[in-house]
Design a protein around this ligand. Sequence first.
Ligand code: NI
Length: 182
Amino acid sequence: MDAQPQLLRVIRLGHPALREVAEPVPEAWFGSGRLHNLAEDLKHTMIKEEGVGLAAPQVAEGFRLFAYWVPGEDGPEVSPTVIVNPEIKPVGEEIEEGWEGCLSIPGLRGVVPRYRRIKLKGRDIEGDVVSLTANGFHARVVQHEFDHLDGIVFLDRMTSMESLAFEPEWERYILSETAEEA
Ligand code: NI
């Protein structure tokens, strides 16, 4: 019988586990209850904490997997998914700037350049190969989560700290401005 998913504690910047390079998920874990439970807990915690992604290192599990989802606002919706042992490759050279936040860096937003289009290859929790091309926000979320597996956070990817903003100020001064321009 499946256990109820657990709400995991999300570690914050300053916790050393956030800066470590995660280990590949061992072959023997595919199809196991251990991997199934970790995947379910990651998805559950991501949704409860109102994030669009959560990587295992953010719950101090040093393995290469992450959960994410994409609300279908400016592209196709992706329901909560877990990708194990991912590899990513840019498709083309196009870079796009966009706003990011992180459950491990609560309350802050900043502009981060990312590849506009990427190819993602990995496995699902049963070990089956997953391969897809992601664009725009979908590609951004995957690159952000993938970085967590290498101990990298979005602040490291910012080319300038000038855009860095607290959420309430971001909502008040930046969101409202872009909404007026749209
Ligand atoms: Ni993050």
